[in-house]
Design a protein around this ligand. Structure first.
Ligand code: NAD
Ligand code: LMR
Length: 366
């Protein structure tokens, strides 16, 4: 059963606003796990995003109510709700960005890796569907394949991210649809936390703060680089150590405060919406879109690593196909100068991250 509700939207499919007065193209965003603790507020935030023209909300149950509710908001996008596996294909068809917060959250005393047994299977199934139903565009110029767009941009939120992203990569590889430039582990919440905690300690306006967070998304694999934080502040070693630890344990802080009722949902929805917005801006050709994300990487010896990723996506529309080769340049930025404390943290995180990556790859290939 699909619920379609058309919010008050402009008669034209193209909106004019934003950077360089370019036309804003139609963009479909699908949220898988949309009826959950993250899914619902994330659906709300994506409904508020003027870059979205179509919002597909999918879950195994309870999506019609969420879609009907969100669909009454008078913003641009058309909202559709999809319930149950039989409707997954329709939810994914034509999606530009697929956000995945499907899966179980932690309870106190659990690690993110304790979620692996349930969430790995969920993510595997969803990625198989993404490979099957999401657009696959390639162009041939003079018998040469210049670009191959394998699927929508996949924003993986489901934990353990350190393993679910490698699982997604393997599943997409098997289906011949993997493009490493289009798969992201969402680590934005670590950045959001690092900014908040740093602003509080450094007594600087939080809106001005930037802190890169690299590595992975679990415990010590989360490595905030406070030595590169701006605005600069004279914090002691002890303060930096405390800030680092609080950022690494931010998820656990929320899990414990919620006392068995789940993990971060509202701050995660906010972070997920920021990252999806960056993806949409990148797709639409906005310049200098830079976010931290856990992606396939060569900046360390680990095959996946979170770092600053500027993305210059060329749009998936016909108009843009000619520009793909020229403007589809993507680069994973290096780590920049690290303090001795951060260098030590980097070496410490590698074995854990490596083993989470291997665990994901092994599971996907079973
Ligand atoms: P939740 O239990 O409230 O919601 C999960 C939703 O997923 C439910 O509505 C459930 O029906 C749905 N679901 C289960 N199997 C599904 C499937 N096969 N297809 C589609 N939907 C399915 O949990 P939550 O609090 O929203 O957390 C979701 C996940 O996000 C957890 O794994 C959690 O650990 C993770 N998380 C990640 C971050 C991050 O920073 N990356 C932050 C917070 C939470
Ligand atoms: C978080 O960082 O809040 C999430 O990864 C959820 C969790 O289990 O901590």
């Amino acid at each position: 059963r699909s619920i379609k509700s058309l919010a008050t939207s402009p008669s034209s499919h193209i909106l004019r606003r934003g950077y360089a007065s370019e036309a804003v193209p139609d963009r479909k965003v699908a949220v898988l796990g949309a009826a959950g603790g993250i899914g619902q507020p994330l659906a709300l935030l994506m409904k508020l995003n003027p870059l979205v023209s179509s919002l597909a909300l999918y879950d195994i149950a309870n999506t019609p109510g969420v879609a009907a509710d969100v669909g009454h908001i008078n913003t641009r996008s058309e909202v559709s709700g999809y319930s149950g596996e039989a409707e997954l294909g329709k939810a994914l068809e034509g999606a530009d960005v697929v956000i995945i917060p499907a899966g179980v959250p932690r309870k106190p005393g659990m690690t993110r890796d304790d979620l692996f047994n349930i969430n790995a299977g969920i993510v595997k199934g969803l990625c198989q569907a993404i490979a099957k139903y999401c657009p696959h565009v390639s162009i041939e110029i003079l018998l040469k394949q210049v670009c191959l767009y394998a699927t929508a941009l996949v924003n993986m939120i489901s934990n353990p991210v350190n393993s679910t992203v490698p699982i997604a990569a393997e599943v997409l590889k098997k289906a011949g649809k993997y493009d490493e430039k289009r798969l992201f582990g969402v680590t934005t919440l670590d950045v959001v936390r690092a900014k908040t905690f740093y602003a509080g300690k450094a007594k600087v306006p939080v809106a001005e703060v930037n802190v890169p967070v690299v590595g992975g998304h679990a415990g010590i694999t989360i490595l905030p680089l406070f030595s590169q934080a701006t605005p600069k502040a004279n914090l002691s070693d002890a303060e930096i150590t405390a800030l680092t630890k609080r950022t690494q344990d931010g998820g656990t802080e929320v899990v414990e405060a919620k006392a068995g009722k789940g993990s971060a949902t509202l701050s995660m929805a906010y972070a997920g919406a920021i990252f999806a917005d960056a993806c949409l801006k990148g797709l639409n050709g906005a310049p200098d879109v830079v976010e931290c994300s856990y992606v396939q990487s060569t900046i360390t010896e680990l095959p996946f690593f979170a770092s600053k990723v500027p993305r210059c996506f060329a749009p998936l529309s016909d108009v843009a196909l000619v520009r793909l080769g020229k403007n589809g340049v993507e680069e994973v930025l290096g780590l920049g100068p690290l303090s001795d404390y951060e260098k030590e943290g980097l070496e410490k995180l590698k074995p854990e991250l490596q083993s989470s990556i291997e665990k994901g790859i092994k599971f996907a290939n079973q």
